[in-house]
Design a protein around this ligand. Structure first.
Ligand SMILES: [Zn+2]
Length: 332
């Protein structure tokens, strides 16, 4: 089959080339990949992460059609449209026993610790493969694994309740657009921090610019400030994120694109009863809930690339004019 493959770290080493077809075992499902997401983690996979196997096929987020199933596979059939739960997990450690596969003690990530979806085919144990309901677009199906699941798990652990106010920094990003949509499903008032007005069409009650965010949140909440703030961008938005948080507020963080080192005034935390929570994707139960919840979720796609142009797609991640997701399409 054709795949994007690298043997040595470095974007210049990512080549569109021949790779042996996967040979699915009795518990495996072989998928023909239709659409794959392009995420910062895919870039780090190619440029710096330790990967397995080598030569390696990256791609942590994808959806496709089942083309072959092993003898012991149940509930998934040839022709089914599927997406994947992308955390490698053993199912036997204490975290897995508690339903916390996302931090499995012996865990990893498909696309990093196993071959990912940037090839024509991929074969995975059936425990990672989930059927997608009728009517889900390929764009949405392939965005559930990382963008959707991280957003959904974030909101769950934040304890966001109906009537509360959610502030999303980086609201037009991969996870941001899901946070806005899912925040509304939780019954929250959603303030999107972004320059992109299209977020009102995704459910944001108001879209505010970074510069005026503190005053806007104060006006919107009659001075109470936010109950939950999601900062997926790191350092640059850290201070503002804390400033817009009200008493008993919860701050969620899962990304460090603008830097990972921050200053923290501890008195800000205890005087306002603030909790800071780190999140790393989500669990299988969250994934199943998300798939069922996301019937009307939308994905704003900026650009689609062919599989052979995957390296070009990665270079667009930080384009100034980026306006939505970057996807790889593996159409025939
Ligand atoms: Zn485990």
């Amino acid at each position: 089959m054709k795949a994007l493959v690298f043997e040595k770290s470095g974007l210049e080493n990512l080549k569109y080339s021949e790779y042996p077809d996967p040979s699915p075992g009795e518990n495996d499902v072989m998928i023909r990949v239709k659409t794959a997401g392009v995420n910062p983690v895919d870039l780090y996979t190619v440029t710096s992460h330790k990967v397995n196997p080598i030569p390696h096929i990256p791609g942590v987020e994808f959806a496709g059609e089942v083309v072959k199933v092993g003898d012991k596979v149940k509930g998934v059939n040839v022709g089914d449209k599927v997406t994947i739960y992308g955390r490698v997990f053993d199912g036997t450690c204490d975290m897995c026993m508690e339903g916390y596969e996302t931090v499995c003690r012996n865990g990893g990530r498909i696309g990093i610790d196993a071959n990912g979806g940037w090839g024509e085919y991929v074969s995975l144990d059936q425990k990672y493969v989930y059927k997608v309901p009728e009517g889900y677009s390929w764009e949405l199906s392939s965005s559930l694994t990382v963008a959707g699941l991280t957003a959904y798990h974030s909101l769950k652990v934040s304890g966001l309740r109906a009537g509360e106010t959610l502030v999303v920094f980086g609201a037009s990003g991969n996870t941001g657009m899901f946070l806005v949509q899912l925040g509304k499903k939780f019954g929250a008032n959603v303030i999107a921090v972004s320059k992109k007005e299209w977020l009102t069409g995704y459910g944001a009650d108001v879209v505010v610019d970074y510069d005026g965010v503190e005053d806007k949140v104060r006006d919107f909440t009659d001075g109470k400030m936010a109950d939950v703030v999601v900062n997926s961008l790191g350092e640059k938005f850290w201070e503002k994120g804390l400033q817009v948080l009200g008493v008993r507020g919860r701050l969620i963080t899962f990304g460090t694109l603008t830097g990972a080192e921050v200053k923290l005034n501890l008195s800000q935390l205890y005087s306002r009863h603030i909790a800071i929570l780190g999140v790393n994707r989500g669990n299988r139960k969250d994934f199943v809930e998300l798939i069922n919840l996301c019937k009307d979720c939308k994905v704003k796609t900026w650009r689609k690339f062919k599989l052979k142009d995957g390296a070009k797609a990665l270079k667009q991640l930080w384009a100034d004019n980026r306006d939505g997701r970057i996807l790889i399409e593996n159409a025939e």
